[in-house]
Write a protein of this length. Structure first.
Length: 582
């Protein structure tokens, strides 16, 4: 889905050891919870590992790769939906929350994955899609039968306007009307996303209790928790009013009209009380529409969640025709605001990629940037900020966007919708395809690149989506053997973070805020301070060491340097260089 959701996780603490030869404080028991000390890895199940040759990833494929994830330092795996689904939106249209999609395996396979992952100190995290279901869900089928059956009020139904027409002018996230006519019931139903994904009516307590029952079922199964999709949209404004049109069809964005509506926290507080309270789990909401100033109400001891994915540091992909890359000052400002908002109350989930976003190397670095150095630079920020890092599959390899020649090569429902919208708006086919190249969710959904063999080692059959062109060199097998690869850097930083309390417990302070080339920040606790500096440009960037808080440049020590050649210098960064200085 378009990222807007909630996740609940549970992982045991890992034995912490000292970093040999650095003289740094070993990770101590500081009162932080396990989920504040681990790394989470998102798996897009369709594309991770196929075990049976049908071209789609599956649960048993994940089981085959648990050692790889343990080697990377992962403590929790967030799975995209594996429930029964017609797969109109790759599983984010759930037809049965209590069943496993046969494409992915069986409930016995799922039980085995939960058990085997736990043996490796990794917990499995489910993706709960609670804003909507599939139109093939039995709940919706019953609701559509009449206006007076037991499920009639489980979805959002409205009559046509007097004289005919849709109930309001809302545009769905995927484009076109957010309303679809149901001839059986003779009413329209609301869908934030595709017409095959009708929105649930959270105002109905029976709906909420049914969803809480689902969540508790999976907790009883032994999962570590959940990611709950599209959370800001579960509460709709009273009366469902028209919005101010913002497109050529006279429609208004449903996101603008419904995201973070007053009263949503009451729903989520009830979820907390009936599902997660008193349990060793954490919740993280994918919360597009929640701003840093709102975070104190959402997270922390008195908040409804432990963390939320807010999107203020990301490029807006909904208004794709007007979207542009964020400048480095804009990126730094957004991240620092989120760090500040969660400094005293709450915790930050650090992420730059997920299954809905283009690859971060393409988003945050200039075209033509060295992908290895850029991948390491992005990984340094990800694994050095205060919070819990969320690594998306392939991010640790430095995977990049694809640029296919035809819209027909793209599977993503939203990519086809945006392409059609661009054509209707008067853009050429080339311009429309360029938008898709930049923003398609398929950029992140191409198969995981395991090796240089056929289909990148993902499947022995025909992959459901083409493999990236660079898999011969960008793949896990090659990078695990290369001490200077992006993967090796991620693994080293994960261990560095684990072994040094300041990287988890320490405060965050931005330095060199005026720089248009360097993102720099200090992590500090009672035992000392480290400074992280990342050059986001292809040029050499000089900086004043004193302004970073380094009192004596001669005594400062570069502990980590992404060039890994021993030639790093205090006061200057080479193109795309990332360093951690004590």
């Amino acid at each position: 889905m378009i990222s807007t959701a909630l996740t609940v996780l549970c992982v045991p603490a890992v034995l912490m050891t000292s970093l040999s030869g650095c003289g740094l404080t070993a990770q101590q028991s500081s009162g932080l919870k396990w989920w504040q000390k681990t790394n989470v890895y998102e798996i897009y199940v369709n594309s991770f590992q196929d075990s049976d040759g049908d071209g789609y990833g599956d649960i048993n494929g994940i089981r085959q790769r648990l050692d790889y994830l343990a080697n990377l330092g992962v403590g929790a795996i967030w799975l995209t939906p594996v429930y029964a689904s017609p797969m109109v939106d790759n599983g984010y249209d759930v037809s049965d929350y209590y069943a496993i999609n046969p494409r992915y395996g069986t409930m016995a396979d799922m039980d085995a994955l939960i058990r085997e992952a736990k043996q490796k100190h990794i917990r499995i995290v489910m993706d709960l899609v609670f804003n909507h279901t599939s139109d093939q869900c039995e709940w919706f089928k019953e609701s559509a039968k009449s206006k007076d059956n037991p499920y009639s009020d489980w979805y959002i139904w409205r009559d046509a306007k007097p004289g005919g027409g849709e109930p309001n002018n809302w545009r769905s996230i995927f484009g076109g009307s957010a309303w679809t006519w149901n001839d059986q019931r003779k009413q329209y139903y609301l869908h934030t996303f595709a017409s095959a994904q009708p929105d649930l009516n959270w105002e109905n307590p029976e709906v909420r209790n049914a969803l809480y029952k689902v969540a508790n079922f999976w907790l009883d199964k032994g999962v570590g928790g959940f990611r709950m999709d599209a959370i800001p949209y579960i509460k709709k404004p009273a009366g469902l009013p028209d919005g101010t049109p913002d497109d050529s069809e006279g429609r208004a964005s449903i996101h603008a009209m419904t995201a973070n509506t007053d009263g949503i926290l009451d729903f989520l507080n009830e979820f907390k009380q009936k599902v997660t309270q008193g349990k060793d789990v954490f919740t993280v909401g994918e919360a597009n529409g929640v701003n840093p100033k709102d975070l104190p109400k959402w997270v922390g001891e008195k908040g409804v969640l432990d963390m939320v994915f807010e999107f203020n540091h990301l490029v807006d992909t909904e208004v794709w025709s007007k979207s542009k890359k964020k400048t480095l000052p804009e990126l730094k400002k957004a991240l620092s605001e989120s760090q500040a908002a969660t400094a005293e109350n709450g915790w930050y989930p650090i992420f730059f990629e997920n299954h809905d976003l283009p690859r971060s190397i393409n988003v945050y670095f200039p075209e033509g940037a060295d992908p290895v150095l850029a991948g390491k630079a992005m990984g340094t920020v990800l694994l050095s900020l205060r919070g819990t890092p969320f690594i998306y599959q392939g991010e640790e390899l430095g995977m990049t966007n694809v640029e296919w020649d035809s819209i027909d090569q793209y599977d993503d429902f939203n990519s086809h919708s945006q392409y059609d919208m661009a054509i209707k708006a008067g853009y050429s086919e080339k311009e429309a395809l360029d938008f898709v190249h930049k923003f398609s969710r398929d950029n992140a959904r191409t198969p995981m690149q395991w090796d240089a063999l056929a289909n990148a080692g993902f499947t022995t059959g025909k992959p459901w989506l083409p493999v990236g062109d660079d898999y011969h060199t960008v793949n896990a097998a090659a990078e695990e053997k290369d001490a200077k690869s992006v993967f090796a850097w991620y693994k080293a930083l994960a261990a560095f973070r684990r072994d040094n309390a300041v990287m988890t417990d320490g405060s965050y302070t931005e330095v060199l805020s005026e720089s248009k080339s360097i993102y720099a920040f200090a992590r500090e606790d009672n035992a000392g301070k480290m400074t992280v500096l990342v050059n986001f440009t292809g040029d050499v960037a000089a900086y004043d060491a004193e302004k970073t808080g380094i009192a004596d440049a001669k005594k400062a020590q570069i502990l980590k340097d992404s060039y890994e050649d021993g030639n790093g210098k205090i006061g200057v960064l080479r193109p795309y260089e990332a360093v951690i200085i004590r």
